[in-house]
Design a protein around this ligand. Structure first.
Ligand SMILES: [Zn+2]
Length: 69
């Protein structure tokens, strides 16, 4: 099962980037890399974001049918 998350669903309306992964952990790891590379996050500000909003991110992950997982 391939899972995906759209950057625009988790706070950046101007970014059309979609991240794919096989597991929730893989998705969260890849979106962190994307956020640091493309959205000026640092390790520290990402961790702060996660401590406040991780549930928003997890609830935006979809399965290959486009449904929330
Ligand atoms: Zn993005």
């Amino acid at each position: 099962m391939t899972l995906s998350i759209n950057c625009k669903d988790v706070g950046n309306p101007l970014c059309n980037h979609t991240i794919y992964g096989e597991t929730e952990d893989e998705i969260m790891k890849k979106i962190k890399e994307h956020a640091i590379k493309e959205h000026d996050y640092t390790e520290q500000s990402w961790n702060a974001e996660m401590s406040e909003n991780i549930e928003n991110f997890k609830s935006a992950i979809r399965d290959s049918y486009g449904k929330n997982v």
